[in-house]
Write a protein that binds this ligand. Structure first.
Ligand SMILES: [Zn+2]
Length: 461
């Protein structure tokens, strides 16, 4: 019965065989008895599948069908890219663009966007994902009546309005959920076997769409979904319900009593709480809220972009897990270096100092706001280099093996003990084409030869 992977390296020991039965690892040892299906591992490492602990699946899939502005250099370049994309499509057809940022590309509002694209409804997303800019044609397609508080029609700015937009635009106009099969395959090819979706906007409709994609095999990864409001688990375990996501807005922080009440509500639903913290003020409020309400296993700080040194013992004592995005240093580090006071740079995206301080730490991509490749995160955690090659917090670098382990926690306890390739564990596995030490010397998804989820080969048949 089952499948045997022969001649693989497991936890530093080479020449081992691993037998898989019923979706789990049945045995790890030398010269295991024959099985109907055998794969020669050729000495490559067999490691647990990687878990991306904070990703936005639908936004990532939609982004692949969008105009990508992330690389636009300046306002002229932005204008040229939007003009090219609109000329290429019939008048009246929606254009969705992502990756605008005012620092490189200048300010953008309704009037400016009307000048760039007078004949198409256009929506442009800010790099942070928090803001959409809409032109007049786009606003005209969104009839007034139940405008959310975050919508300023005069400026064409919509803050944190994804759920409202999805409801307004409906499935017909934009063709329903974006295709998920290409994304599922791409993630499998990078060795990703589990995803925790951190979208605050996930509701029953979005969850049902993801569950359907999972059942169909389009999105083979195990799924854990956060949400801002209540969310029921899938009866067939197509996804599990994760923590309640709390978004803070630095310009308008909620007060401590409201925050504590939200944690209490999450507890009544049996859920942990994950708080988006990108500034020191957001972190301070969050720590105060957890200190008052009490923290439990699975409570998380998302991003932890700025963590003053004196917050580290508090994080440890509360038992909170910091879910970081190591690749942000590579992708955004040059901007951080320009915009951050040199005195505060040591607080940016801490890794090693959190570990040393006893804080549970896990990693993620936050894709589509950075590339979904975990190997890029492992590389950036190891060298702390920006895209331009400058060092950002070099003393926060982790050894490559420790960086890999940031993706090996469970969804329930992302910063806890790394999963292992051992008998009884689910057969969520990645077979590399080389020994682990060699793969970690130059971390790259190119080393992934085969990926299995629950014993089923989802990449590299
Ligand atoms: Zn996020």
């Amino acid at each position: 019965m089952g499948l045997i992977l022969r001649n693989v390296e497991v936890a530093g020991r080479s020449g081992l065989d691993v037998r898989i039965e019923g979706g789990r690892i049945a045995a790890v040892g030398e010269r295991l008895h024959r099985a109907p299906d055998e794969i020669n591992g050729r000495g490559g490492a067999l490691i647990p599948g990687l878990w991306d602990h904070h990703i936005h699946i639908l936004a990532l899939a939609a982004r692949e069908a969008s105009l990508d502005l992330f690389a636009a250099r300046d306002p002229d370049d932005l204008a040229r890219r939007i003009a090219e994309a609109t000329t290429a499509r019939p008048a009246g057809r929606w254009l969705r663009a992502v990756g605008w940022h005012e620092a490189q590309m200048g300010d953008l509002d309704r009037t400016a966007l009307d000048r760039l694209a007078p004949d198409h409804p256009v929506r442009v997303q800010h790099q942070t994902g928090a803001l959409w800019v809409l032109n007049s044609r786009a606003l005209a397609a969104l009839p007034a009546g139940d405008d959310p508080a975050g919508l300023d029609r005069a400026a064409g700015h919509l803050w944190r309005g994804d759920a409202w937009l999805r409801a307004k635009l409906g499935s017909k106009r934009e063709g329903g959920l974006p295709p998920l099969a290409p994304l599922g395959a791409r993630l499998a090819a990078m060795g990703v076997t589990g995803l925790t979706d951190a979208s605050v906007t996930t509701d029953a409709t979005a969850a049902a769409g993801l569950a359907e994609a999972h059942r169909a095999g389009d999105l083979p990864q195990r799924l854990v979904l956060m949400s801002g409001g209540p969310l029921a688990a899938a009866a067939d375990a197509a996804y599990a319900v994760g923590p309640v996501k709390v978004l803070l807005d630095d310009a308008d922080l909620i007060d401590l009593d409201d925050f504590v009440a939200r944690i209490a509500t999450a507890r009544r639903d049996g859920r942990a709480v994950a708080v988006h913290c990108v500034t020191a003020a957001e972190l301070a409020l969050t720590l105060a809220a957890f200190a008052t309400a009490g923290a439990r296993l699975g409570d998380r700080i998302e991003h932890g972009s700025v963590i003053p040194a004196d917050a580290i013992p508090t994080l440890r004592d509360l038992g909170l897990t910091v879910v970081s995005q190591p690749a942000f240093v590579r992708e955004r580090g040059d901007r951080y270096l320009r915009e951050t006071d040199p005195a505060d740079r040591g607080d940016l995206y801490r890794l090693a100092s959190l570990r040393a301080g006893g804080v549970a730490l896990a990693a993620s991509s936050d894709a589509p706001y950075a590339a979904p490749d975990p190997w890029a995160g492992i590389a950036a955690a190891g060298d702390r280099r920006t895209a331009a090659g400058l060092a950002l917090g070099a003393d926060e670098a982790l050894l490559p093996r420790a960086a890999l382990e940031l993706y090996l926690g469970t969804a329930r306890d992302p910063g806890g003990q790394a999963r292992r390739v051992s008998a009884g564990a689910p057969a969520d596995l990645v077979l590399l084409d080389r020994p682990l030490a060699q793969a970690l010397a130059e971390p790259s998804a190119d080393a992934v030869r085969m990926t299995l989820i629950g014993g089923r080969i989802v990449h590299g048949a």
